[in-house]
Write a protein that binds this ligand. Structure first.
Ligand SMILES: Cc1cc2nc3c(=O)[nH]c(=O)nc-3n(C[C@H](O)[C@H](O)[C@H](O)COP(=O)(O)O)c2cc1C
Length: 188
């Protein structure tokens, strides 16, 4: 099983990226194959053509398409920006559509306030449904992200425990869906 961890803020001073890296490191420790789908690093232009309709997709878009085709499940790590998930995240993800279908999505939201990005979470759950994704019922909200890390290291133990609980539930569901697809493919 191969999981994409989407880091959803494109801001130079983004805080949520630390959470995405922590999710990635935790998956590494569990020996689960994964890769970082970083909207800042990809730096895609404002959406003009979706991948399928693109007259001349560049190398970055082609490589991303290939990686998405080989991805079985997603964990979106999104900041809350003005009561929703980030525009940069949506702009990047909207280049693709069928590549997300019938794959499990775990959602992690991040804010500097006390509500942990709950509004972004609700909007993301709807967005994932529109993509024909499978929304994992377990989620992780991250209040006051500025208090959780010291020198890029997670220092808040209780948040670490909540992340592990989220990951356990997400991985269990993603694994069930992945194994059932593998079984179907073997029977064809
Ligand atoms: C344009 C913008 C809008 C924001 N709106 C909200 C908000 O509605 N609710 C909230 O809790 N935090 C809000 N924040 C604070 C972010 O949650 C905070 O920057 C946090 O670190 C996650 O975003 P980041 O990864 O881009 O840093 C906003 C930040 C920006 C830059």
């Amino acid at each position: 099983m191969n999981i994409a961890v989407i880091s959803g803020s494109a801001r130079p001073e983004r805080q949520s990226h630390q959470v995405a890296v922590e999710v990635k490191n935790s998956l590494d420790k569990l020996n689960i194959r994964n890769w970082l789908f970083d909207v800042k690093e990809l730096n895609l232009p404002l959406l003009d053509y979706t991948y399928d309709k693109h007259p001349a997709p560049g190398e970055i878009l082609k490589q991303l398409k290939n990686k998405l085709d080989h991805t079985d499940a997603f964990i979106i790590v999104s900041p809350e920006h003005n009561g929703s998930f980030s525009g940069a995240l949506k702009n990047t993800m909207d280049y693709f559509y069928k590549e997300y279908a019938h794959k499990v999505f775990g959602i992690v939201t991040v804010s500097s306030g006390v509500l942990g990005g709950i509004n972004a979470l609700k909007n993301l759950q709807h967005y994932v449904l529109k993509l024909n994704g499978i929304v994992a019922p377990e989620f992780l909200i991250t209040p006051q992200v500025q208090k959780l890390f010291t020198n890029q290291q997670l220092t808040d133990e209780s948040y670490g425990q909540r992340m592990n609980k989220f990951l356990d539930a997400f991985v269990a569901l993603a694994e069930i869906v992945y194994q059932s697809k593998e079984q179907d493919a073997r029977q064809v």
